[in-house]
Design a protein around this ligand. Structure first.
Ligand code: PEP
Ligand code: MN
Length: 263
């Protein structure tokens, strides 16, 4: 179902009055994690003013250490809803467990499946039973074929609203957090009709690299970007080192607008 051969036209995924995979770029921006009402509403207003069309923010966080901040959970979802009400931005947030699926269907506009769950097949099968758009991130060491097969799991169940995301893969290089595989963009465009967006924040782990790779992704044909933005990166509870300040995000957006139309 994800195969371009049986589906020559690009898929356009509709989310409210937004479209991902159409003529225009989708820009998803916001903090790694929802931390407080002030933080999420402030960042939401800032990224909206710069032209983002979706708000991101994790409420359930897949952290390497069990002692690291795990997210605000259901309280985080409530704060995302408040930020959506204030700004009108649809919200994108990560689901880790099928236990929370009903709540996500109610509260969330796009369900993110993180790199670590790309091959959680039971979770993928459950997502196939719903209609909510799914943002499926490429696994840490997953091939393009494996990413597409995971999309296929969701689509096989009947949910064809899948957006793919390249977020960097593990290589021998450790200067950056991961290695952004820009070639995934033309590869996926050739193999599939699904939209592909790029996450330069998790790909690099360094805020000062986000700008150049975001632009490169747009020029290479990405359908959108997902970018971490924080109002106080130094004190962020998660991924501050790769988060842009709202001012830097605003500058990036002016450059991006010169490269491609934004939804
Ligand atoms: C995230 O988007 O916050 C995240 C945890 O990303 P990934 O699953 O790509 O590591
Ligand atoms: Mn993050």
């Amino acid at each position: 179902k994800a195969n371009r051969l049986f589906h020559p036209n690009n898929s356009e995924i509709k989310i409210g009055d937004q479209v991902i995979g159409g003529e225009k770029l989708a820009i998803i921006a916001g903090p790694c994690s929802v931390e407080s009402r002030e933080q999420i509403t402030e960042v939401a207003k800032d990224v909206k003013a710069s032209g983002a069309n979706f708000l991101r923010g994790g409420a359930f966080k897949p952290r390497t250490s069990p002692y690291a901040f795990q997210g605000l959970g259901y309280d985080g979802l409530e704060l995302l809803k408040e930020a959506r009400k204030e700004t009108g931005l649809p919200v994108v947030t990560e689901l880790m467990s099928t236990n929370d699926l009903e709540k996500f269907i109610e509260d969330v506009d796009v369900i993110q499946i993180g790199a670590r769950n790309m091959q959680n097949f039971d979770l993928l099968k459950e997502l196939g039973r719903i209609k909510k758009p799914i943002l499926l991130k490429r696994g840490l060491s997953a091939t393009i074929e494996e990413l597409l097969m995971s999309a296929e799991y969701i689509m096989a169940g009947g949910n064809e609203n899948v957006i793919l995301c390249e977020r960097g893969i593990r290589t021998f290089e450790n200067y950056t957090r991961n290695t952004l595989d820009l070639s995934a963009i033309p590869a996926i465009k050739k193999l599939s009709h699904l939209p592909i967006i790029i996450d330069p924040s998790h790909a690099t782990g360094k805020w000062w690299m986000v700008e150049s790779l975001a632009k490169a992704a747009v020029v290479a044909g990405a359908d959108g970007l997902i970018i971490e933005v924080h109002n106080d990166p130094l004190n962020a509870l998660c991924d501050g080192q790769q988060s842009l300040k709202p001012e830097a995000f605003d500058e990036l957006m002016s450059d991006i607008k010169k490269l491609a139309p934004i939804v």
